[in-house]
Design a protein around this ligand. Structure first.
Ligand SMILES: *Cc1c(COP(=O)(O)O)cnc(C)c1O
Length: 382
């Protein structure tokens, strides 16, 4: 077995993180408040062209707060893309609301805008509109927002963008993280940039950001003693972690370009294998560019010489990490019995998909190891 493990998407630090962290130590701002937190929020808001940003302890916490500040609670429905990580859906349960999962479209793998539009029309007629819709920008590809935003606006439903996997992407000239009433980002260790762990809530509505910041710091009323009129949370990002995030933001464009290069090289080196295709993108739309956070392949069982699981095990035997596509939320035991709108698209993408090592620091020689194994198992002549 080869000694060095190849990870799916490991952290990739730039040149400035350590000196920024040292500055946090030197100034004794080792707390969930401080100048790096403020600067990280300002710099991210400027980068994404949104009015406000609130740095938080995780992407999941950011989504939790996004639901709270949009007034979602028990008895409300929240519609959510089914093909996603559980961090998109668990916050619906945290606030006591009822999830309804929506199928993917094949063009972007994200929320199917036709299903959402039709579903909202039907729900409006039945007098049972959802309180919010969570759209996900999967694997670095933004959802198709033009029709999604139009459908949500027609019915006055809050759109919340889970851009955890898509920082650095654009859709029709606008950055991922700038859509909907609120958006969230994640800086977990496997995301395109990391703070070790962390997240952010973004909105053009400054009052929503103020409320999120208030709730994230235990909801302290303006009084000299600790007084509380609402249930708050301890969700703020550490100033030390924000220092890492500021350094990472400086290299975001390089990280996006590196992941896109890797993807192009995979396409080149794996071309012509029977039954193998790559996740689609919307890059043909003007001003639209995905990040290729992860390179994902699909294997058509009719033509492919191996299943995704056989490939995953073959890679693992060579100390290479790969991962199935997210198992849809409507198929998760924990969400059994929840409503689902759609057909079998998300399920098929899950059954046929495999995420390949995609870290921006992946060397060509390690990528070649992946390619050799895949070609060995998939080549029609073999
Ligand atoms: C990573 C991720 C999250 C959650 O982010 P954390 O910072 O890990 O809590 C939410 N949604 C999606 C789609 C993700 O990939």
């Amino acid at each position: 077995m080869n000694a060095t493990r190849v990870y799916l998407s490991p952290p990739h630090l730039g040149g400035d993180e350590l000196s920024l962290v040292q500055e946090a130590f030197a100034t004794n701002w080792v707390a969930p408040i401080g100048p790096h937190v403020d600067a990280f929020e300002r710099e991210m808001a400027a980068r994404l062209g949104v009015a406000g940003a609130v740095a938080l302890s995780s992407g999941t916490a950011a989504l939790h707060l996004a639901l709270v500040i949009n007034g979602v609670g028990p008895g409300d429905q929240v519609w959510c893309a089914s093909l996603t990580f559980c961090g998109s859906a668990n916050p619906i349960a945290y606030v006591g609301a009822t999830p309804v999962f929506i199928d993917s479209e094949r063009r972007s793998w994200n929320l199917d805008p036709a299903l959402v539009a039709q579903g909202l029309d039907d729900a409006a007629r039945a007098g049972r509109l959802p309180k919010a819709i969570i759209s996900v920008d999967l694997y670095g590809q933004s959802a198709d927002y033009e029709p999604l935003v139009a459908a949500c606006e027609r019915h006055g439903v809050a759109l919340i963008e889970d851009a955890a996997e898509a920082l650095g992407a654009t859709y029709r000239g606008k950055p991922a993280g700038a859509f909907g009433r609120c958006a969230i980002l994640s800086f977990n260790g496997n995301k395109i940039i990391t703070t070790s762990g962390g997240g952010m809530l973004l909105s053009n509505d400054q009052r929503l950001c103020d409320e999120a910041r208030f709730l994230a710091t235990q909801a302290r009323d303006p009084a000299p003693w600790y007084q509380h009129s609402r249930i708050g949370y301890n969700f703020r990002l550490s100033n030390v972690c924000a220092a890492i995030g500021r350094g990472q933001l400086r290299v975001l464009d390089e990280r996006v370009n590196a992941r896109r290069r890797l993807n192009a090289r995979y396409r080149d080196l794996l071309s012509g294998l029977p039954g193998l295709t790559f996740a689609p993108d919307l890059d043909h739309l003007p001003g639209t560019r995905c990040t290729r956070w992860l390179t994902v392949i699909q294997l058509d069982p009719k033509n492919a010489r191996a299943t995704p699981e056989e490939l995953r095990l073959a890679l693992e035997a060579e100390n290479i990490e790969s991962r199935p596509v997210w198992k849809p939320m409507h198929l998760q035991p924990v969400f059994a019995g929840c409503a689902f709108i759609g057909g079998g698209v998300a399920e098929e993408l899950f059954m046929r998909g495999l995420c390949l090592p995609s870290g921006s620091s992946l060397s060509e020689s390690d990528q070649d190891r992946v390619v050799t194994i895949l070609r060995h198992h998939l080549d029609g002549g073999a």
